[in-house]
Ligand binder design. Sequence first.
Ligand code: GLU
Length: 630
Amino acid sequence: MRRWAGISVAAASALTAVLLAVPAQFGAASAQAPAHAAAPAPAGQAAAGQAGAAKEPVAVGTGGAVASMDLDASQAGISALSHGGNAIDAAVATASALGVTIPFVAGPGGGGFMVIYLAKTHQVVTIDGRENCPAACTPGMFTDPKTGQPLGYDYASDQPLATGVPSMVATWATAIRDYGQASLAADLQPAISVAQQGFRTDADFQQLTESELPELQAYPASRALLLTSAGQPLPVGSLLRNPDLARTYQLLARYGPSYLYNGPLGQAIVQADDHPVTTPGQTVVQLPGIMTTNDLRTYQARVLAPTHVRYRGLDVYSMAPPSSSGSTVGEALNILSGYNLGAEPQATALFQYLEASRLSYADRDAYVGDPRYVGVPLSGLLSPAFAATRRCLIQQTALTSPVAPGDPYPPYQGCQNQQTAAAPVTQEGLHTNNIVTADKWGNIVAYTNTINFFGGSGETVPGYGFLLNNEMTDFDFAPPTAGAYDPNLPAGGKQPRSSMGPVIALRGGTPVFSIGAAGGSTIIETILQILINYVDLRLSLPAALAAPRVSQTNSATSLAEPLFYTSALAKQLTSQFGEQFTEATGPILPLDEYPGDATALQDLGGGRFESIAEPVRLGGGSALVVQPSP
Ligand code: GLU
């Protein structure tokens, strides 16, 4: 049995059941042959993540902290901190390295949201680095032109049509420009080294490859980079180098983000998306992309105000729309503020958590979209008075999903449930990664980023060594009924609604903790559950993160990790409150048991931080500090 901090996972569960013509300025650099550097391990061969280091899920110390899914990536963040960078630089260093070592969840082909606490000004700011839909996107782009019916979710997600404007590099550049201490060039150096030296693939890498194998096999460039010559997952322990990505990062370091957004890399992305080179005989890839170089030229990452709610004396900050995390976590916390979870029987507290999630999710699905395109009633969704109209629907028995949305426009009166139909319960992926960083100045960053599915669309940009996202299938494919309002339909330039959005919490203006998670639509519940475990049920933050999880997204049954599903508490929730559960299982267990891989960070005061990663989920993550101390 895997163990964490002296507590077995079973014991942790017992603790609680609660958890392309090259512009002249870019020189003559051009795409080279696809990289392929898988090789058996030669004795004594140096590779990143070697020298006896191992992944540890918890670290305490000073000088700064980093937690991510991966040791090499966390080490890249620590390297940035050790070379004078701040938490923002460390987040970029970690994210770019993760694009090398776990290219299935990260890298220049994706996007994400960054929440930042700035120690100097005591402010929380956020960066919206979400992918835009290309200008040619239309509300019907994911429907079958012959039948008018929505395309299959998995089918559409496999298509280059699902690729949005890669926004990761713009996010990194904006974060560094506005809040960093170092430079994009400096922050990319650790990733360049890992990509050049290579790293040893592990069982998780192999499983992640398995999960996207047909899509990777469909592209010669992806096969060359990530598969054996026979088109199979690399054997565990392979030394994987990615010279193409090293060169990509070097070019970005030299020329800046314009190498992508107004240069050769952008042209290569557009070419790959719109005219994909596929493996002869493949049948997966059928719908080419619709991206133009103008889509890239006009992309801008944006600094946004965070969402804010008060909960048990804490100021809880997260991402505003198009992320639905801030509004949904915020609404659920407002609902739960009306209960004393810590003083109640565990089953009652968990029942209230599940119902608060169910109701908040109904409102999320009905009202949250890209606010540049649709009116999002954010202040209503975050209003304690609105939450009161939802809380009073929670009685003694689980509500029947899909529950209808409330009315988040004042006046807030009575016990509300609109008579309108519930928004469709849409399919969403279960992927992604979250990075937390802190520095010796007290800045904190929580950064959830992704290429959407494990492996994104499956397409590697030939010659550049990274996968493209398939984020656009986060849009709804069609409204629930013809002509019905849906805030999350595709449109040119629009961003799809996201569930990504880490939290930073302050008390009296002082940072206390940060939590972020992977897992598509379950991200919101993962954050919520960890927060409740920690704040209300008084678990340590590592135990709160490790505890078994259950997620309710306005669906008939709640998705429960096996340890939760089989617990006495789950049985009690069914018998006492009528809650129904589905055990989270999948074809590639344990990878998709419940892929809500989380990271967290606690500010212990006096320059000390506790950095926290997953002990078990997805093979466990890596928590590091610059100077460990007891
Ligand atoms: N596309 C998802 C979102 O933005 C994240 C990817 C996933 O976890 O499936 O919410």
